[in-house]
Ligand binder design. Structure first.
Ligand code: C2E
Ligand code: CA
Ligand code: CA
Length: 582
């Protein structure tokens, strides 16, 4: 501890000053001093004057000091005639000075730990009445010990709080700004898109080596790789740029000025070109980056866009090696936005039936967009909508169509048992307004809440599980049914199933495809089903194209089915008459 200079030792310093001044008034020695033991040295912390040529901070080997004897005995020493005590005479001689009187008391902290002395010297020999000052010296030393103790505790608390604050704000692996600090900064900056000054850009960069390294050398070595990448990024980025590690080997950079993107991309590419040396193994990096420009879209939207730019097929321009997804210039976005606003994106409905009695149970609403007389596939325009921040609009539009349609069918049927499924992008679980919009549709169209099934795909749910969970809970509280879509297509399904309140799972087409010809496919599906049932979930199989698949599904106990074999998605006016079927 730096007691001499540290600003944090103000109380102790002040106590030293006061104690020394008080002693000087009571016992007018030429020199009073508070000293500290620093290993085998005695350091003078506070000096009343420099009569003996001592300075603040002056350090002396313990073996040459007067105080060593007092310290050894742990008792105050008062020597009115110091040179008559042989050991003091020897010490004075060694130090090349002559002392008349000496007084010293050990200073201990509250734990009894010895840490210094309070001592005084005078060239004059004193009378025996010096001895009566023993209690005063002891009292003063006790006061210093106390003050030091209290202040040390305070300092330790300050350090602990500082450390806590540091670790809350930093990634423990790389020392970069923590994920939450970065996400907050991004949200904040995204909300001020029209602020004066340069337009920032979000870069999501994947280092492209972690999985290999973790698999071959273990996670500790993987962590070293990450900190090297972090270090290299920090070294080349502009001081106004912010960098963080969001997850795994995904680094996020908020480039303060999009105009500097090309230069930044070149520097970063350069910095990551050399392989990383991990204890003798040179690991090459294969970085890929996607960029989203801050243009008024919110944080989650920007993250989704940059991720899509990085992972998807390149849709728009490149800056250096970085792919920039600029929604404004993406072909089709303007047209898609116009189509959504004019109501020309609408729903096709595909039946879901119960095999045991052949009854129609539900329809899935699937978005359809015809542009310039050409049908654009959902696999094209749904990602386009996501990239342009139009998911909420698309979903609201589908909710309207689905709710209106199922309300009309319910009136025709005279009951409210027929359900309708609407696809909901997982990002909407994080949209705090979404549950209210769902509730509003239920009210407006007079639905029973359980007529509405929200089909949520599992990808990306992982991103912010606690918030996704909160959103899902609010939807659950409306009594709508939550269905996990495309189950089996990602390894994370189990995790989501455990954490989110799904009632139904829809097994992806890929796991239904070959079940009538491939015993392995059948076994795999059986395993997925067992898992679903263990978790108490109802199972729907989709993509049923042949009667042979139906037989296998029946033998495996799957009752709810959907697919071309049962019925293709069609516009409402082409849906076969429902009476007798639902
Ligand atoms: P999904 O939710 O898995 O929808 C099922 C897809 O499988 C639909 O494709 C449907 O037409 C197709 N399908 C149904 N039965 C069969 C079959 O027997 N064989 C084959 N080969 N295909 C079948 P679609 O309509 O092209 O939609 C593709 C994807 O686009 C959907 O997959 C969904 O992820 C997304 N999507 C469609 N509409 C919406 C929407 O309104 N909102 C959101 N967020 N996503 C949507
Ligand atoms: Ca679906
Ligand atoms: Ca599906």
């Amino acid at each position: 501890m730096d007691v001499v200079a540290g600003p944090r030792w103000e109380a102790f310093e002040e106590a030293c000053r006061q104690v020394v001044a008080h002693l000087k008034a009571e016992i007018p020695f030429a020199c009073w001093s508070v000293t500290l033991f620093d290993d085998d040295h005695q350091v003078h912390l506070w000096l009343d004057d420099d009569f003996y040529g001592l300075r603040r901070g002056h350090a002396q080997p313990l073996s040459e000091t007067f105080c060593q004897y007092m310290v050894a005995g742990l008792a105050p020493q008062l020597a009115p005639d110091a040179m008559s005590v042989p050991r003091y005479a020897a010490a004075a001689e060694a130090a090349g000075m002559s002392i008349g009187a000496y007084a010293g008391v050990p200073i201990r902290d509250d734990d009894g730990e010895l840490f210094g002395t309070l001592c005084g010297f005078d060239p004059e020999v004193r009378g025996e009445d010096l001895l009566r000052h023993g209690p005063l010296l002891r009292l003063m030393a006790g006061l210093l010990g106390r003050t030091e103790h209290v202040e040390r505790r305070q300092n330790e608390a300050v350090v602990a709080v500082d450390e806590l604050r540091w670790s809350a704000m930093h990634d423990p692996v790389t020392g970069l700004a923590s994920r939450s600090v970065f996400l907050d900064a991004l949200a904040d900056r995204a909300a001020r898109a029209d602020a004066v000054g340069p337009q920032p850009a979000l870069v999501l960069l994947s280092a492209g080596a972690l999985r290999r390294v973790n698999a071959a050398h273990g996670e500790a070595v993987g962590d070293r790789l990450l900190s090297v990448v972090a270090q290299r990024l920090s070294e080349v980025l502009h001081p106004f740029d912010t960098v963080s590690r969001l997850a795994g080997e995904e680094f996020a950079i908020l480039v303060h000025d999009a105009a500097a993107l090309a230069a930044t991309a070149a520097c970063v590419d350069d910095a990551l070109r050399a392989p990383v040396d991990l204890g003798g193994t040179a690991v090459p990096l294969a970085p890929v980056a996607g960029v989203a420009l801050l243009d008024g879209a919110d944080r989650d939207e920007l993250l989704a866009r940059a991720r899509r730019a990085r992972d998807g097929p390149a849709r728009t321009g490149r800056v250096g090696g970085w792919i920039v997804l600029d929604p404004a210039s993406s072909p089709g976005v303007a047209e898609l936005r116009a189509a959504l606003r004019s109501g020309s994106v609408d729903a096709a409905f595909q039946p879901i039936v119960r095999m045991s009695d052949g009854r129609l149970v539900a329809h899935e609403a699937l978005a359809r967009w015809t542009h310039d007389g050409v049908a654009v596939a959902p696999d094209v325009f749904v990602p386009l909508a996501a990239g342009a921040g139009l998911m909420a609009e698309l979903t609201d539009r589908m909710l309207d169509q689905a709710a209106a349609q199922v309300a009309a069918w319910s009136r025709e049927l005279g009951h409210r048992r027929l359900k309708v499924g609407v696809n909901v992008a997982p990002g909407l679980l994080l949209d705090p307004g979404f549950p209210d919009r769902v509730a509003e549709r239920i009210r407006r169209y007079g639905l029973a809440p359980r007529q509405l099934v929200l089909e949520i795909t599992e990808d990306a749910l992982l991103d912010d599980l606690p918030r996704a969970r909160a959103g899902a809970d609010r939807l659950c509280a409306l009594d709508v049914i939550l269905c996990l879509d495309d189950v089996g297509s990602g390894y994370s399904s189990l995790l989501h199933l455990r954490h989110l309140p799904f009632e139904v799972v829809k097994v992806d087409r890929a796991f239904v495809d070959d079940i009538d010809s491939d015993p392995d496919a059948r076994r795999f599906l059986a395993a997925v089903l067992t898992c679903g049932r263990d978790l108490g979930l109802r199972v729907v199989a989709e993509g049923v194209e042949r009667a042979g698949q139906l037989d296998v599904l029946r033998s495996l106990g799957v009752d709810l089915v959907q697919g071309h074999h049962i019925g293709r998605p069609v516009r409402p006016d082409e849906v076969p008459r429902l009476f007798g079927r639902a």
